[in-house]
Design a protein around this ligand. Structure first.
Ligand SMILES: *[C@@H]1O[C@H](CO)[C@@H](O)[C@H](O)[C@H]1NC(C)=O
Length: 437
C-alpha cells in the first residue's frame, strides 16, 4: 500500500518532468495511439527483444534479454537451419532504475562471418531460431534510415514499410522507444522491433529521449547503454554515445548530440582520430549521424544544434563528409551540399529524418522564406532509403507513410565527394585542424 502511494506520487512527478520536457509551442497534429502489448506468459529463460548490430570487421553482436538470471549468454549459429556449426559466449549486464529491475541483458559477439550470407541462430539455447543476413563486402549496399521511432500506430506502419525494402543495415539517428522514464516501455519497444532488428543490424545513436536523467536519483542513458550496446570499443571510443563502423565501402560515424563536443572533449578528440583512419580508397563514402540537426528550417528545435555545429562543422567539412543524417525534428528535410550556412559544393548534404512515428506527432510549421540551402521539406511520417550503387553514385529516396502506402515523395541521385577535387583542395585545411592541440 505504502509502496503504491510512493509509486503514484513518483509517476505524477515523472509525468510533470516529461510534460515540461516535451511541451513545445507548435501544434502537433494527429499522432497515432501508443501501441498496447498484452502480457504473454513465456518461460523465464526465453530470449526476448533480440537485436543485432555490427561489431567490427566480419562480426556481429547479438543482444537479447531473459527474465532468468542464470540463462547463458551463448549464441549458436550456422548457415543451415537447425544445424549450428559455431557457438560463441558473450557477456551480460542488468540495471536498476528507481523501482524497476531489468532482466538479464546478454551481448554476444559472433564471427568471423561471411559477407552477404544468411545465418541461422539461437540465443541462450532456448526459444525460436532467428535468421540474419550479413551486409555485402562491396557496393551496392542499402541503408534504411528512420529516427524518432517510438511505438505508436505510425511506428508500426513505418516498420512495415521498412520491412518491404531490401536493406542491409538500419541507421537510427536517435530517439528509440520514447519510454520516457517508464522502463517497461523499453521492453515493449524491444519486442516491437525484434522482427526487423533480429534480421538486419540496427545501428543507433542516442537522442534526448534516451537520456532519462533524474537529478540525484538516476544517471543518464542507463537503459540505452545497457540495452543498445554499439561497437564503441571496436572503434576506439570510450563511450557508447559515439562510435564508427564500416560496411561495404562506407565509413559511418555516429556522433552523440548529448555527449560533450567542444574542441577539448573526448568526443572531439576521438572524432579527429577516427577521421584520420578513414581511407577513401577503401571507403569512398563518408556518412555521419547525430540527433539534433544543424540545418533545420522547421520552427521546432530551431538553433538547438548550433553549439555542436560550431564546434564540429569545420572538421566534418575539412574531412569531406558526404552526408549528415539527423532526427529530433518530427518531419523530413533535405539540403543541398552546404557549409557554414551557405550552399557549398564541397560540403555535406544534410537530411533530417525524425519522422519515424513517435507519440508526439509532427512538426508542421516551417520558417519562411525557405533558406537557400533547403531543397525539400515536408512534415509527414516516413522513412528513407539510401542505396549506394558504387564509389560515386547513391540513390536517396524518402517514403512517406501516406494512407499506409509507402509513397516515394522525394528522390535524388547524390554523387560522392571522392572524385570531386574537394578532398585535394581541403587536405591542407584538414591536416591543420587534425594537428591543432
Ligand atoms: C556508378 O553508377 C552510376 C549510376 O548507376 C553510373 O552512371 C556510373 O557509370 C557508375 N560508375 C561506375 C564507375 O561504374
Amino acid at each position: 500500500m505504502e509502496l503504491k502511494l510512493v509509486s503514484t506520487t513518483l509517476t505524477v512527478f515523472l509525468l510533470i518532468i516529461s510534460v515540461t520536457v516535451t511541451t513545445a509551442d507548435y501544434v502537433r497534429p494527429q499522432p497515432r495511439e501508443t501501441l498496447q502489448f498484452p502480457w504473454k506468459s513465456k518461460p523465464h529463460s526465453y530470449p526476448q527483444q533480440v537485436h543485432i548490430s555490427l561489431a567490427g570487421e566480419k562480426h556481429m553482436r547479438v543482444s537479447w534479454i531473459t527474465d532468468d538470471n542464470s540463462s547463458p549468454s551463448v549464441v549458436e549459429y550456422g548457415t543451415f537451419p537447425g544445424r549450428y556449426s559455431s557457438m560463441a559466449e558473450g557477456e551480460s549486464t542488468s540495471y536498476n532504475y528507481l523501482f524497476y529491475t531489468s532482466g538479464k541483458i546478454h551481448h554476444t559477439v559472433i564471427g568471423p562471418l561471411e559477407h552477404d550470407t544468411v545465418y541461422f541462430y539461437k540465443c541462450g539455447q532456448q526459444g525460436p531460431e532467428f535468421q540474419l543476413k550479413t551486409p555485402p563486402a562491396q557496393f551496392p549496399v542499402t541503408f534504411a534510415v528512420a529516427g524518432d521511432l517510438g511505438q505508436t500506430g505510425w511506428t508500426k506502419s513505418t516498420l512495415e514499410h521498412i520491412d518491404l525494402c531490401k536493406y542491409d543495415v538500419h541507421l537510427l539517428p536517435g530517439d528509440l522507444s520514447y519510454a520516457d522514464y517508464m522502463q517497461h516501455r523499453w521492453d515493449t519497444f524491444g519486442e516491437l522491433v525484434q522482427p526487423l532488428a533480429s534480421a538486419r543490424p540496427w545501428m543507433v545513436t542516442q537522442g534526448n529521449h534516451e537520456k532519462e536523467y533524474i537529478p540525484l536519483l538516476q544517471g543518464g542513458f542507463a537503459s540505452y547503454n545497457a540495452r543498445w550496446k554499439m561497437p564503441s570499443e571496436e572503434s576506439g571510443s570510450t563511450s557508447n554515445l559515439y562510435y564508427s563502423f564500416e560496411v561495404a565501402g562506407v565509413h559511418i560515424i555516429m556522433l552523440g548530440s548529448y555527449a560533450d563536443y567542444d574542441k577539448h572533449s573526448d568526443q572531439y578528440n576521438w572524432l579527429k582520430a577516427d577521421l584520420l583512419k578513414v581511407d577513401r580508397k577503401k571507403t569512398p563514402w563518408l556518412l555521419v549521424l547525430l540527433h539534433v540537426p544543424w540545418y533545420n528550417s522547421n520552427e521546432a528545435h530551431q538553433n538547438e544544434g548550433d553549439g555542436m555545429m560550431q564546434a564540429m562543422e569545420p572538421l566534418l567539412y575539412a574531412a569531406s563528409v558526404d552526408l549528415v543524417f539527423s532526427g529530433h525534428v518530427h518531419a523530413y528535410e533535405r539540403s543541398n551540399r552546404v557549409n557554414n550556412r551557405r550552399p557549398d559544393s564541397c560540403g555535406p548534404v544534410h537530411i533530417t529524418i525524425g519522422d519515424g512515428g513517435n507519440k508526439e506527432g509532427l512538426a508542421r510549421k516551417y520558417k519562411n522564406p525557405k533558406p537557400d540551402w533547403s531543397v525539400f521539406r515536408e512534415a509527414s511520417f516516413g522513412h528513407g532509403e539510401l542505396k549506394i550503387v558504387n564509389a560515386t553514385h547513391a540513390f536517396w529516396s524518402w517514403h512517406r507513410n501516406d494512407d499506409d502506402e509507402p509513397v516515394r515523395s522525394d528522390q535524388v541521385w547524390i554523387t560522392s565527394l571522392v572524385n570531386s577535387g574537394c578532398l585535394a583542395e581541403k587536405s591542407h585545411e584538414f591536416r591543420k585542424i587534425l594537428m591543432a592541440p
